[in-house]
Design a binder for this molecule. Structure first.
Ligand code: FAQ
Length: 327
Protein backbone atom coordinates (compact mmCIF):
# COMPACT_ATOMS: atom_id res chain seq x y z
CA UNK A 1 0.00 0.00 0.00
CA UNK A 2 1.14 3.52 -0.82
CA UNK A 3 1.58 6.23 1.84
CA UNK A 4 2.01 4.12 4.96
CA UNK A 5 -0.87 1.67 5.16
CA UNK A 6 -4.62 1.51 4.92
CA UNK A 7 -5.43 4.35 7.26
CA UNK A 8 -7.22 7.59 6.61
CA UNK A 9 -6.83 10.44 9.10
CA UNK A 10 -5.74 7.85 11.63
CA UNK A 11 -8.77 5.61 11.05
CA UNK A 12 -8.31 2.06 9.83
CA UNK A 13 -10.21 2.17 6.56
CA UNK A 14 -11.40 -1.40 6.88
CA UNK A 15 -12.54 -1.29 10.49
CA UNK A 16 -15.10 1.54 10.44
CA UNK A 17 -18.29 0.20 11.98
CA UNK A 18 -21.47 0.91 10.07
CA UNK A 19 -25.02 -0.36 10.41
CA UNK A 20 -24.99 -3.36 8.03
CA UNK A 21 -28.60 -2.75 6.90
CA UNK A 22 -27.94 0.89 6.02
CA UNK A 23 -24.65 -0.02 4.39
CA UNK A 24 -26.30 -2.69 2.23
CA UNK A 25 -29.06 -0.25 1.15
CA UNK A 26 -26.43 2.38 0.33
CA UNK A 27 -24.37 -0.06 -1.73
CA UNK A 28 -27.47 -1.26 -3.56
CA UNK A 29 -28.21 2.34 -4.56
CA UNK A 30 -24.65 2.74 -5.83
CA UNK A 31 -24.95 -0.52 -7.79
CA UNK A 32 -28.17 0.73 -9.39
CA UNK A 33 -26.31 3.85 -10.54
CA UNK A 34 -28.28 6.24 -8.31
CA UNK A 35 -26.72 9.50 -7.18
CA UNK A 36 -26.09 10.00 -3.47
CA UNK A 37 -27.13 13.46 -2.27
CA UNK A 38 -25.93 15.43 0.80
CA UNK A 39 -29.07 14.65 2.84
CA UNK A 40 -28.77 10.89 2.24
CA UNK A 41 -27.26 8.41 4.63
CA UNK A 42 -23.67 7.54 3.71
CA UNK A 43 -20.87 5.58 5.38
CA UNK A 44 -18.37 7.71 7.32
CA UNK A 45 -15.56 6.49 5.14
CA UNK A 46 -17.41 7.49 1.94
CA UNK A 47 -17.86 10.98 3.37
CA UNK A 48 -14.22 11.25 4.45
CA UNK A 49 -12.86 9.94 1.17
CA UNK A 50 -15.05 12.32 -0.81
CA UNK A 51 -13.97 15.30 1.28
CA UNK A 52 -10.31 14.29 0.83
CA UNK A 53 -10.60 13.85 -2.91
CA UNK A 54 -12.83 16.82 -3.75
CA UNK A 55 -10.82 19.10 -1.48
CA UNK A 56 -7.55 18.03 -3.12
CA UNK A 57 -9.14 18.59 -6.49
CA UNK A 58 -10.30 22.11 -5.49
CA UNK A 59 -6.82 22.97 -4.19
CA UNK A 60 -5.33 21.69 -7.46
CA UNK A 61 -7.48 24.07 -9.48
CA UNK A 62 -6.62 27.08 -7.37
CA UNK A 63 -2.90 26.28 -7.22
CA UNK A 64 -3.02 25.20 -10.87
CA UNK A 65 -3.93 28.76 -11.80
CA UNK A 66 -0.52 29.95 -10.58
CA UNK A 67 2.03 28.57 -13.10
CA UNK A 68 -0.10 29.70 -16.06
CA UNK A 69 -1.13 32.90 -14.29
CA UNK A 70 2.47 34.12 -14.33
CA UNK A 71 2.28 34.02 -18.15
CA UNK A 72 -0.72 36.33 -18.57
CA UNK A 73 1.39 39.48 -18.80
CA UNK A 74 3.98 37.76 -21.00
CA UNK A 75 1.70 35.83 -23.36
CA UNK A 76 2.56 36.55 -27.00
CA UNK A 77 -0.05 38.99 -28.24
CA UNK A 78 -3.32 40.48 -27.08
CA UNK A 79 -5.55 37.54 -28.09
CA UNK A 80 -3.39 35.01 -26.27
CA UNK A 81 -3.41 37.26 -23.18
CA UNK A 82 -7.21 37.49 -23.23
CA UNK A 83 -7.65 33.76 -23.72
CA UNK A 84 -5.16 32.85 -21.01
CA UNK A 85 -6.71 35.31 -18.58
CA UNK A 86 -10.14 33.74 -19.19
CA UNK A 87 -8.70 30.25 -18.72
CA UNK A 88 -7.02 31.14 -15.44
CA UNK A 89 -10.26 32.71 -14.20
CA UNK A 90 -12.10 29.51 -15.15
CA UNK A 91 -9.65 27.39 -13.12
CA UNK A 92 -10.27 29.53 -10.04
CA UNK A 93 -14.01 29.23 -10.71
CA UNK A 94 -13.63 25.44 -10.80
CA UNK A 95 -12.06 25.61 -7.36
CA UNK A 96 -15.12 27.55 -6.12
CA UNK A 97 -17.49 24.89 -7.50
CA UNK A 98 -15.44 22.12 -5.95
CA UNK A 99 -15.12 23.79 -2.55
CA UNK A 100 -18.91 24.18 -2.57
CA UNK A 101 -19.33 20.47 -3.41
CA UNK A 102 -16.94 19.51 -0.57
CA UNK A 103 -18.78 21.82 1.85
CA UNK A 104 -21.97 19.79 1.34
CA UNK A 105 -20.13 17.00 3.18
CA UNK A 106 -19.55 19.06 6.31
CA UNK A 107 -16.07 20.60 6.06
CA UNK A 108 -16.01 24.38 5.91
CA UNK A 109 -14.20 26.28 3.17
CA UNK A 110 -12.10 28.07 5.81
CA UNK A 111 -10.94 24.72 7.23
CA UNK A 112 -10.05 23.52 3.73
CA UNK A 113 -8.03 26.65 2.93
CA UNK A 114 -6.29 26.42 6.32
CA UNK A 115 -5.32 22.81 5.58
CA UNK A 116 -4.00 23.80 2.16
CA UNK A 117 -1.85 26.61 3.53
CA UNK A 118 -0.52 24.56 6.45
CA UNK A 119 0.46 21.77 4.05
CA UNK A 120 -1.94 19.25 5.64
CA UNK A 121 -3.92 18.78 2.42
CA UNK A 122 -2.45 17.75 -0.88
CA UNK A 123 -2.91 19.16 -4.36
CA UNK A 124 -1.80 17.97 -7.76
CA UNK A 125 1.92 17.19 -8.05
CA UNK A 126 2.19 18.84 -11.45
CA UNK A 127 1.67 22.41 -10.27
CA UNK A 128 4.82 22.24 -8.18
CA UNK A 129 7.00 22.57 -11.27
CA UNK A 130 8.03 25.92 -12.78
CA UNK A 131 6.71 27.19 -16.12
CA UNK A 132 10.01 28.62 -17.42
CA UNK A 133 8.92 29.38 -20.97
CA UNK A 134 5.77 30.15 -22.94
CA UNK A 135 6.00 26.58 -24.26
CA UNK A 136 5.63 25.29 -20.67
CA UNK A 137 2.40 27.28 -20.36
CA UNK A 138 1.25 25.75 -23.68
CA UNK A 139 2.08 22.25 -22.39
CA UNK A 140 -0.13 22.88 -19.34
CA UNK A 141 -3.03 24.28 -21.39
CA UNK A 142 -2.99 21.39 -23.83
CA UNK A 143 -1.73 18.27 -22.10
CA UNK A 144 -2.40 18.89 -18.41
CA UNK A 145 -5.92 19.97 -19.28
CA UNK A 146 -6.22 16.88 -21.49
CA UNK A 147 -5.18 14.65 -18.58
CA UNK A 148 -7.63 16.42 -16.28
CA UNK A 149 -10.47 15.91 -18.75
CA UNK A 150 -9.76 12.19 -19.15
CA UNK A 151 -9.96 11.80 -15.37
CA UNK A 152 -12.95 14.10 -14.84
CA UNK A 153 -15.15 12.83 -17.66
CA UNK A 154 -14.95 9.40 -16.05
CA UNK A 155 -15.56 10.65 -12.51
CA UNK A 156 -18.51 12.81 -13.64
CA UNK A 157 -20.41 9.52 -13.99
CA UNK A 158 -19.70 8.68 -10.36
CA UNK A 159 -21.98 8.37 -7.36
CA UNK A 160 -21.92 11.66 -5.45
CA UNK A 161 -24.41 14.11 -6.99
CA UNK A 162 -22.81 17.49 -6.12
CA UNK A 163 -19.33 16.37 -7.25
CA UNK A 164 -20.64 14.88 -10.53
CA UNK A 165 -22.63 18.02 -11.36
CA UNK A 166 -19.59 20.22 -10.65
CA UNK A 167 -17.45 17.96 -12.85
CA UNK A 168 -19.88 18.17 -15.77
CA UNK A 169 -19.67 21.94 -15.79
CA UNK A 170 -15.90 21.87 -15.28
CA UNK A 171 -15.38 19.44 -18.19
CA UNK A 172 -17.36 21.67 -20.53
CA UNK A 173 -15.04 24.59 -19.71
CA UNK A 174 -11.91 22.43 -19.77
CA UNK A 175 -12.76 21.43 -23.34
CA UNK A 176 -12.31 25.07 -24.37
CA UNK A 177 -8.98 25.15 -22.53
CA UNK A 178 -7.90 22.07 -24.40
CA UNK A 179 -8.77 23.66 -27.76
CA UNK A 180 -6.93 26.82 -26.79
CA UNK A 181 -3.88 24.82 -25.61
CA UNK A 182 -3.87 22.72 -28.78
CA UNK A 183 -4.05 25.89 -30.90
CA UNK A 184 -1.05 27.35 -29.04
CA UNK A 185 0.94 24.13 -29.56
CA UNK A 186 0.09 23.87 -33.27
CA UNK A 187 1.33 27.43 -33.64
CA UNK A 188 4.68 26.51 -32.05
CA UNK A 189 4.87 23.22 -33.96
CA UNK A 190 4.41 24.94 -37.31
CA UNK A 191 6.65 27.88 -36.41
CA UNK A 192 10.40 28.39 -36.47
CA UNK A 193 12.98 25.76 -35.48
CA UNK A 194 13.40 27.66 -32.22
CA UNK A 195 9.67 27.52 -31.45
CA UNK A 196 9.60 23.78 -32.14
CA UNK A 197 12.64 23.32 -29.92
CA UNK A 198 10.95 25.27 -27.13
CA UNK A 199 7.99 22.91 -27.13
CA UNK A 200 10.20 19.83 -27.34
CA UNK A 201 12.08 21.06 -24.27
CA UNK A 202 8.78 21.64 -22.48
CA UNK A 203 7.76 18.03 -23.19
CA UNK A 204 11.11 16.83 -21.87
CA UNK A 205 10.67 18.84 -18.66
CA UNK A 206 7.03 17.96 -18.03
CA UNK A 207 6.84 14.32 -19.07
CA UNK A 208 7.61 12.73 -15.70
CA UNK A 209 5.22 15.03 -13.76
CA UNK A 210 2.58 14.28 -16.41
CA UNK A 211 2.95 10.54 -15.88
CA UNK A 212 2.75 11.12 -12.11
CA UNK A 213 -0.38 13.26 -12.56
CA UNK A 214 -2.71 10.24 -12.78
CA UNK A 215 -1.59 8.98 -9.39
CA UNK A 216 0.65 6.14 -8.24
CA UNK A 217 0.65 2.80 -10.07
CA UNK A 218 -2.40 0.70 -9.14
CA UNK A 219 -0.29 -1.78 -7.23
CA UNK A 220 0.84 0.93 -4.80
CA UNK A 221 -2.31 3.15 -4.75
CA UNK A 222 -3.93 3.43 -1.31
CA UNK A 223 -7.47 4.56 -2.04
CA UNK A 224 -8.38 3.16 -5.45
CA UNK A 225 -10.08 0.01 -4.21
CA UNK A 226 -12.59 1.67 -1.88
CA UNK A 227 -13.17 4.60 -4.24
CA UNK A 228 -13.92 2.28 -7.16
CA UNK A 229 -16.21 0.14 -5.02
CA UNK A 230 -18.33 3.19 -4.17
CA UNK A 231 -18.03 4.74 -7.67
CA UNK A 232 -16.25 7.87 -6.57
CA UNK A 233 -13.38 7.04 -8.87
CA UNK A 234 -14.54 5.43 -12.11
CA UNK A 235 -11.19 4.34 -13.48
CA UNK A 236 -7.97 3.16 -11.82
CA UNK A 237 -4.85 5.34 -12.00
CA UNK A 238 -3.15 3.03 -14.50
CA UNK A 239 -6.27 2.82 -16.69
CA UNK A 240 -6.65 6.61 -16.77
CA UNK A 241 -2.95 7.04 -17.56
CA UNK A 242 -3.28 4.49 -20.34
CA UNK A 243 -6.33 6.20 -21.78
CA UNK A 244 -4.47 9.52 -21.83
CA UNK A 245 -1.51 7.90 -23.62
CA UNK A 246 -3.88 6.29 -26.11
CA UNK A 247 -5.48 9.61 -26.97
CA UNK A 248 -2.51 11.99 -26.90
CA UNK A 249 0.69 10.12 -27.81
CA UNK A 250 -0.43 9.82 -31.46
CA UNK A 251 -1.22 13.55 -31.51
CA UNK A 252 2.20 14.47 -30.06
CA UNK A 253 4.01 12.17 -32.50
CA UNK A 254 1.94 13.49 -35.39
CA UNK A 255 3.37 16.95 -34.71
CA UNK A 256 6.86 15.47 -34.94
CA UNK A 257 7.77 15.74 -31.26
CA UNK A 258 9.37 12.98 -29.22
CA UNK A 259 8.69 11.68 -25.72
CA UNK A 260 11.68 11.24 -23.41
CA UNK A 261 11.01 7.56 -22.75
CA UNK A 262 12.66 4.97 -24.97
CA UNK A 263 10.39 2.21 -23.70
CA UNK A 264 7.18 4.01 -24.66
CA UNK A 265 5.24 1.98 -27.20
CA UNK A 266 1.81 0.47 -27.67
CA UNK A 267 1.92 -3.20 -26.78
CA UNK A 268 -0.08 -4.91 -29.51
CA UNK A 269 -0.69 -8.00 -27.36
CA UNK A 270 -2.07 -6.25 -24.29
CA UNK A 271 -3.51 -3.24 -26.14
CA UNK A 272 -1.89 -1.06 -23.48
CA UNK A 273 1.12 1.25 -23.43
CA UNK A 274 4.48 0.03 -22.21
CA UNK A 275 6.54 2.76 -20.54
CA UNK A 276 9.34 3.27 -18.07
CA UNK A 277 7.83 3.34 -14.60
CA UNK A 278 8.10 7.00 -13.51
CA UNK A 279 10.16 7.69 -10.42
CA UNK A 280 7.62 7.26 -7.61
CA UNK A 281 10.12 8.50 -5.02
CA UNK A 282 10.20 11.87 -6.79
CA UNK A 283 6.38 11.86 -6.85
CA UNK A 284 6.26 11.15 -3.12
CA UNK A 285 8.69 13.97 -2.36
CA UNK A 286 6.78 16.47 -4.52
CA UNK A 287 3.32 15.71 -3.12
CA UNK A 288 4.69 15.87 0.40
CA UNK A 289 5.99 19.43 0.06
CA UNK A 290 9.47 19.02 -1.39
CA UNK A 291 9.01 19.85 -5.08
CA UNK A 292 10.73 22.72 -6.91
CA UNK A 293 7.89 25.22 -6.28
CA UNK A 294 5.84 23.91 -3.31
CA UNK A 295 6.96 26.61 -0.90
CA UNK A 296 6.45 29.40 -3.43
CA UNK A 297 2.96 28.13 -4.39
CA UNK A 298 1.76 27.93 -0.78
CA UNK A 299 3.31 31.28 0.09
CA UNK A 300 1.41 32.96 -2.76
CA UNK A 301 -1.81 31.38 -1.46
CA UNK A 302 -1.03 32.44 2.10
CA UNK A 303 -0.42 36.04 1.05
CA UNK A 304 -3.62 36.08 -1.06
CA UNK A 305 -5.55 34.76 1.92
CA UNK A 306 -4.08 37.39 4.23
CA UNK A 307 -4.65 40.27 1.79
CA UNK A 308 -8.21 39.17 1.08
CA UNK A 309 -9.21 38.84 4.75
CA UNK A 310 -10.63 42.37 4.99
CA UNK A 311 -12.82 41.70 1.96
CA UNK A 312 -14.30 38.59 3.53
CA UNK A 313 -14.81 40.42 6.81
CA UNK A 314 -16.49 43.31 4.99
CA UNK A 315 -18.79 40.96 3.13
CA UNK A 316 -19.87 39.31 6.35
CA UNK A 317 -20.50 42.56 8.18
CA UNK A 318 -22.27 45.38 6.29
CA UNK A 319 -21.01 47.96 8.84
CA UNK A 320 -17.39 47.02 8.20
CA UNK A 321 -17.85 48.18 4.60
CA UNK A 322 -17.51 51.78 5.82
CA UNK A 323 -14.10 51.24 7.42
CA UNK A 324 -12.39 49.33 4.62
CA UNK A 325 -8.80 50.34 3.92
CA UNK A 326 -8.40 52.23 0.64
CA UNK A 327 -5.33 50.29 -0.50
N1 FAQ B 1 -0.86 14.80 -7.01
O1 FAQ B 1 -4.43 6.18 -3.48
P1 FAQ B 1 -4.08 7.14 -4.51
C1 FAQ B 1 -6.40 20.05 -13.07
C2 FAQ B 1 -1.88 11.19 -3.52
S1 FAQ B 1 -7.17 19.22 -11.77
C3 FAQ B 1 -0.81 14.88 -5.66
O2 FAQ B 1 -3.96 6.61 -5.89
P2 FAQ B 1 -6.51 8.58 -5.14
C4 FAQ B 1 -7.14 21.16 -13.71
C5 FAQ B 1 -3.26 10.88 -2.98
O3 FAQ B 1 -3.94 12.03 -2.63
C6 FAQ B 1 -5.93 18.08 -11.21
N2 FAQ B 1 -1.14 13.83 -4.86
O4 FAQ B 1 -5.09 8.40 -4.47
C7 FAQ B 1 -6.19 22.17 -14.21
C8 FAQ B 1 -2.92 9.97 -1.81
O5 FAQ B 1 -2.44 10.75 -0.73
P3 FAQ B 1 -3.30 10.91 0.67
C9 FAQ B 1 -6.39 17.35 -10.03
C10 FAQ B 1 -1.56 12.70 -5.45
O6 FAQ B 1 -7.17 9.73 -4.51
C11 FAQ B 1 -5.52 21.99 -15.42
C12 FAQ B 1 -1.72 9.21 -2.33
O7 FAQ B 1 -1.13 9.99 -3.34
N3 FAQ B 1 -7.39 16.39 -10.37
O8 FAQ B 1 -5.34 19.65 -13.40
C13 FAQ B 1 -1.65 12.58 -6.84
O9 FAQ B 1 -7.21 7.26 -5.17
C14 FAQ B 1 -4.62 22.95 -15.89
C15 FAQ B 1 -2.12 7.84 -2.84
O10 FAQ B 1 -2.72 7.91 -4.13
C16 FAQ B 1 -8.08 15.73 -9.41
O11 FAQ B 1 -7.86 15.95 -8.25
C17 FAQ B 1 -1.28 13.69 -7.63
N4 FAQ B 1 -1.29 13.65 -8.98
O12 FAQ B 1 -6.17 8.92 -6.68
C18 FAQ B 1 -5.96 23.32 -13.47
C19 FAQ B 1 -9.16 14.79 -9.89
N5 FAQ B 1 -2.09 11.33 -7.13
O13 FAQ B 1 -4.52 11.71 0.33
C20 FAQ B 1 -5.08 24.29 -13.95
C21 FAQ B 1 -9.82 14.05 -8.77
C22 FAQ B 1 -2.26 10.71 -5.94
O14 FAQ B 1 -3.63 9.54 1.13
C23 FAQ B 1 -4.41 24.10 -15.15
N6 FAQ B 1 -8.91 13.17 -8.07
N7 FAQ B 1 -1.92 11.52 -4.94
O15 FAQ B 1 -2.36 11.66 1.57
C24 FAQ B 1 -8.64 11.87 -8.44
O16 FAQ B 1 -9.14 11.38 -9.45
C25 FAQ B 1 -7.75 11.07 -7.54
O17 FAQ B 1 -7.68 11.70 -6.30
C26 FAQ B 1 -6.32 10.85 -8.11
C27 FAQ B 1 -5.49 10.09 -7.05
C28 FAQ B 1 -6.37 10.04 -9.39
C29 FAQ B 1 -5.61 12.19 -8.38
Amino acid sequence: MYGGGNTFEGIQTESLQEDPVQLAAFEARIDRGEKIEPVDWMPQLYRKQLIRMIEQHAHSEIIGALPEGTWITRAPGFKRKLALMAKVQDEVGHAQLLYSAAETLGKSREAMIDDLISGKSKYSNIFNYPAYTWADACFISWLVDAGAIVNQLANAKGSYGPYCRALERICAEESFHLKYGHHCVIYLATGTAQQRQMFQEAINRWWTPMMHFFGPADKISTHTEVLMKWKVKMSTNDDTRNQFLDMYIPKIWELGFTIPDEKLKKNQETGRWDYTEPDWEEFKRVINGDGPCNKERLEVRRIAEERGRWVRTALQSPKAAYIMPLA
